[in-house]
Design a protein around this ligand. Structure first.
Ligand code: ZN
Ligand code: ZN
Length: 421
């Protein structure tokens, strides 16, 4: 199926809002514009089979100025210049310097022309009208899509903040019937599925839109299979979750829309090159808009920016256990000791290290174990863990006392009995 049709179908079937449709790349219109460029070249009498092209685009105050530089023989000069005068075109013509005349630029037709042999070549610089229009339309559409991206990002950012606010109200740690653990599990599924942005893949970065869709569906299936929603205590949690779900669908829709617009830009430039033979536009045009536009549609992804907003503003509301693990025992680093080097471990693991006469931090090999005192206990961190991970802290405390009992038992078999008594 032709791309124009596919593009149209996506805009219709994916229930793209009308105002988005209006802002999409006008692929069909641009395609017709290409025909006009071809016509213009024909009218002037310039064809790639006969002359050597050098094509360039310049940007002056958000206006695109294409230049066509062609090397021509005196014979061609007469024909083309006459035509340009007749059509009222602006042009510049200069004789080429001897060193600029390379044999490659002598086309077959001019080489066999008897007028050519003894005379130098000329360089003709013209600004065409139709290609200026084509690129200006394309540029303006891309600019508008960048604006669209900024608008949508702001809109989504606001929605994320609202949801974050709602989630923070239902996950207050000491609150009766808090949904802290339920939301933690939901966010854990969300993080694990890496819906919009990948960190573990070899090609870490933006996830392809179709992948994102699949991953989001997998996330929803995780939620359904785990029956986690039934565990919510607060009605507001259900409302917030539905908003979160809707928000993700919206991000997917925007990403898909942006993706198809990007494809449309690439395809239309390819078509332009193929039909006009002004082959440099494919690389020159993207470069041109890159200079003027750091986050341009050909490069930037809305998913990446939104993913960042979700990670920093929403997911951080409910801390994940992974960020509070002791690197030695891989369970919660309770009671936490912060070494001079900055690394954090649980007190049990450090006590064990000291018993083995270790004096270095296991992570950075800094010699900071010897100087440890009870003052190195990170009280603020300890209270934070107690508040946000009460279950894990309780488990760790039970485990610690069990370990202490076992040790005492090894040292003194009667000790256990004593303690129990
Ligand atoms: Zn530990
Ligand atoms: Zn260290």
């Amino acid at each position: 199926m032709k791309f124009a049709k596919v593009f149209q179908q996506v805009l219709t079937e994916e229930e793209i809002p009308e105002d988005w449709k209006d802002r999409a790349i006008q692929y069909k219109k641009l395609k017709k514009r290409i025909n006009k460029v071809v016509e213009e070249l024909e009218n002037i009498g310039i064809s790639k089979d006969e002359v050597k092209f050098n094509y360039n685009l310049e940007m002056i105050k958000s206006e695109i100025h294409p230049h066509l530089q062609i090397k021509i023989s005196p014979f061609q000069k007469n024909l083309i210049v006459d035509k340009l005068n007749e059509l009222n075109y602006q042009y510049e013509i200069n004789p080429l310097k001897i060193e600029e005349i390379d044999n490659d630029s002598i086309s077959i037709k001019s080489a066999i022309n008897p007028f050519d042999d003894s005379k130098p070549f000329y360089e003709l610089k013209i600004s065409l009208l139709e290609d200026t229009k084509f690129f200006q339309i394309l540029y303006d559409e891309i600019e508008d899509l960048n604006k669209f991206k900024t608008e949508k990002e702001a809109e989504i950012s606001n929605k994320v903040e609202l949801i974050a606010n709602e989630v923070s109200h239902v996950t207050i740690p000491k609150m009766k019937r808090t949904d802290l653990y339920v939301w933690r599990e939901i966010f854990q599924y969300y993080i694990e599925n890496e819906i919009f942005f990948s960190t573990i893949e070899r090609k870490a970065g933006i996830v392809d839109i179709n992948q994102s869709k699949k991953r989001f569906i997998k996330f929803l299936k995780n939620i359904e299979d785990s029956k986690i929603i039934e565990k919510f205590h607060q009605k507001d949690s259900i409302i917030a979750f539905n908003k979160f779900k809707k928000l993700n669908f919206q991000i997917l829709k925007i990403s898909n829309y942006q993706n198809f617009n990007m494809i449309a830009v690439t395809k239309i430039l390819k078509k332009f090159d193929k039909q006009t033979q002004l082959t440099s536009s494919k690389t020159i045009f993207p470069k041109l808009i890159l200079i003027n536009n750091e986050i341009n549609i050909l490069n930037g992804s809305i998913a990446k920016d939104i993913c960042f907003i979700i990670s920093t503003k929403l997911l951080t509301i409910v801390p994940q256990i992974d960020d509070y693990l002791c690197p030695i025992c891989c369970s919660i680093a309770y009671k936490p000791i912060r070494l001079k080097c900055g690394h954090l471990f649980c007190i049990r693991c450090l006590v064990k290290l000291r018993r083995r006469n270790e004096d270095k931090c296991p992570l950075c090999r800094n010699e900071c174990l010897l100087s440890l005192t009870s003052e190195d206990l990170d009280i603020a961190q300890m209270n934070y863990m107690k508040m946000y991970f009460p279950k894990e802290v309780r488990e760790k405390e039970i485990e610690n006392s069990r370990e202490i009992l076992e040790e005492q038992h090894v040292i003194d078999p009667n000790a256990k009995a004593c303690v129990i008594m």
